[in-house]
Design a protein around this ligand. Structure first.
Ligand SMILES: *Cc1c(COP(=O)(O)O)cnc(C)c1O
Length: 431
């Protein structure tokens, strides 16, 4: 198989992406100049951003971060973005709420502190705004004029919005049968939206072909040829969680898995905070969550395998429906290294968990949130997640985009004439 390592018509001048120093191969460690590369020219391993991280005292850096804006750019010294990033038009995601979920904790028997990191509060209502915001900076630096992606739904909307704001053209690709909310969110920002007759893995394969073709010249695919930069956006979830806990590592974090990028980069972010002395170095455990109908990583974890066997997805959690997850093997490493686990839940458990979070904390998560909380509940009941320790559950998206999951069981309690008699007859008043 031919692996495309260089794509598009990148500028060759050295680029300013702040503390980003180079790209390095996750497998063999070979380093490459910053550019729109995503696979190692020697071993085809995935590339990631290597940094010259800030030197100086942790106190100084902490102060500098705390004085920054209330969005991901407060962490600019740790991200591959130019130093004047805050002055550019972008959608400024991040610094979403970390909700102390005491009602949910009581219901689940958690005594050590349970938190929901609620990323539905981002500009396009999913965590994808974080990764796209970073990819936009890379696209600008490399001279791309069209922003693109293969998406399970949320990414398409995030790219559409970010491109609109940055004044770039966008053309995004999704499986043709996504939820209405995702389709509308992807189209409303005015870019081009293409439904592909196939599942996400087909969409992704199509995009890889497009990158190597003149039809895709000058296109920055945020999660393909800009993937090393894109991935770094997820580190900000780790930074925010720790800062919001008072510059402290949580003991346990539960994270949904689609391609596995988010989970691996949250781990990278936590490691950086330890290295920089911004948090005390203590053990933490990372847990991955999948839907049973698309559980290739969970299946590999349980079988004790190092490789992930692809599956054909069939689940209501469409935002997580990647049957051949690129970062699957790295997720397995991280779960095993930290003493965590990867688990899956059925679609019924996903729906139950969406309603549990809404009922206890007033947070309406999308199906991915249901997967994550459902897995959290399952692992607490199995004694795998320790209820006496601090636990953070990441809600990555907004339930308004996946209404179908709960609409059958979430309807009006009664429909009545506008009269007290009718209200009384419905048995709903106090008297
Ligand atoms: C994309 C997505 C994820 C996970 O993405 P990764 O590919 O694993 O980084 C999780 N939740 C939602 C809502 C998403 O859209």
């Amino acid at each position: 198989m031919a692996v495309q390592t260089v794509a598009g018509n990148a500028t060759t001048a050295p680029v300013d992406l702040g503390p980003a120093a180079a790209l390095s191969c996750r497998e063999c460690g070979e380093r490459f100049e910053l550019g729109p590369l995503f696979a190692c020219a020697s071993c085809f391993g995935p590339l990631e951003v290597a940094y010259d991280l800030p030197t100086g005292s942790p106190e100084e850096l902490r102060k500098r971060i705390e004085a920054g804006p209330d969005n991901i750019w407060r962490y600019a010294p740790l991200l591959p973005v130019p130093s004047d990033v805050v002055e550019k038009p972008n959608i400024n995601p991040g610094f979403t709420k970390l909700v102390k979920a005491d009602n949910l904790a009581r219901e689940l028997g958690v005594t050590g502190g349970l938190y929901v990191k609620d990323d539905s509060g981002n500009p396009t209502h999913s965590f994808k705004d974080r990764v796209v915001a970073i990819a936009v900076e890379a696209a600008r630096a490399f001279g791309f004029t069209t922003l693109s992606c293969s998406s399970t739904g949320n990414l398409a909307g995030a790219v559409g919005a970010a491109a609109a704001r940055a004044g770039l053209r966008s053309c995004v690709f999704i499986p043709h049968d996504l939820e209405q909310g995702k389709v509308v969110m992807a189209a409303v920002y005015g870019g081009e939206l293409v439904g592909i007759e196939g599942n996400y893995d087909d969409v992704n394969r199509f995009c890889s072909e497009l990158i190597g073709d003149p039809l895709g010249e000058g296109w920055g695919f945020v999660n393909v040829n800009l993937r090393p930069y894109y991935g770094e956006g997820s580190k900000t979830l780790a930074y925010e969680i720790c800062e919001q806990l008072g510059w402290r590592l949580p003991d346990q974090i539960v994270i949904p898995i689609a391609s596995g990028s988010q989970l691996t980069k949250i781990d990278k972010g936590l490691q950086e905070l330890i290295k920089l002395g911004l948090v005390e170095d203590r053990p933490y455990k990372i847990f991955g969550a999948q839907a049973e109908g698309c559980s290739p990583v969970s299946a590999a974890f349980k079988a004790g395998h190092d490789v992930v066997r692809p599956q054909k997805p069939n689940t209501i959690a469409k935002s997580l429906a990647i049957g051949n997850p690129a970062d699957g093997p790295y997720v397995l490493d991280i779960a095993r290294r930290t003493g965590g686990a990867v688990e899956d839940v059925t679609d019924e458990q996903v729906v139950e968990a969406i309603k549990l979070l809404a009922r206890t904390e007033g947070i309406f998560g999308e199906t991915a949130g249901g997967v994550t909380l459902g897995v959290t509940k399952k692992l607490i009941e199995a004694g795998v997640i320790d209820p006496t320790l601090t636990t953070v559950v990441v809600n990555t998206g907004d339930g308004l985009k996946t209404l179908d999951a709960v609409s059958a069981t979430s309807q009006a309690t009664a429909t009545i004439k506008p009269s007290l008699d009718a209200f009384r007859a419905a048995g709903l008043g106090t008297a």
